[in-house]
Design a protein around this ligand. Sequence first.
Ligand code: INI
Length: 158
Amino acid sequence: MHQHIKTIEGRLDAKGLKISLVACRFNDFIVDKLVAGAVDYLIRHGMEKEDITIYRVPGAFELPLMARRLAMKKDLDGIICLGAIIRGATPHFDYVASESTKGIAQTAMDSGMPMGFGLLTTDTLEQAIERAGSKAGNKGVEAAAAVLELIRVLEQVD
Ligand code: INI
């Protein structure tokens, strides 16, 4: 049905690209799995190890400022934000989660830098574990795949 409609898609080819990850120390036993998943994905899709840099920030609240600073770097093709906010652990879950999410989205919009969103917001530790490389996949891998696809589709806009 769509055979006559021009469709532009992103190739999942990371060759020659330069990406930085911003990863939280908070809940690092979860976040480290997201980081490992994202790095593994990028390398398996052709990125050189030397073209990946990981910046560590204290927690999800600090993600947006670091992402914004990196978005000003002209030599980067994309950024991946990785963190885990678990409701049980904090009374201010909703504030941290919404400020972090809004800040990351706003940074992407203001800068035009492709941004992968790999921030887990779960009710329980078990749900976080499930999304960090077990039965519900790995949110870090998903964020890496999304930013790669976005970079490759954006570069085809003429
Ligand atoms: N930061 C997280 O990344 N995950 C959390 O679950 C979390 N909890 O539970 O509070 C969290 N809080 C810390 C916050 O992001 C800031 O680092 C802190 O408030 C200092 O500014």
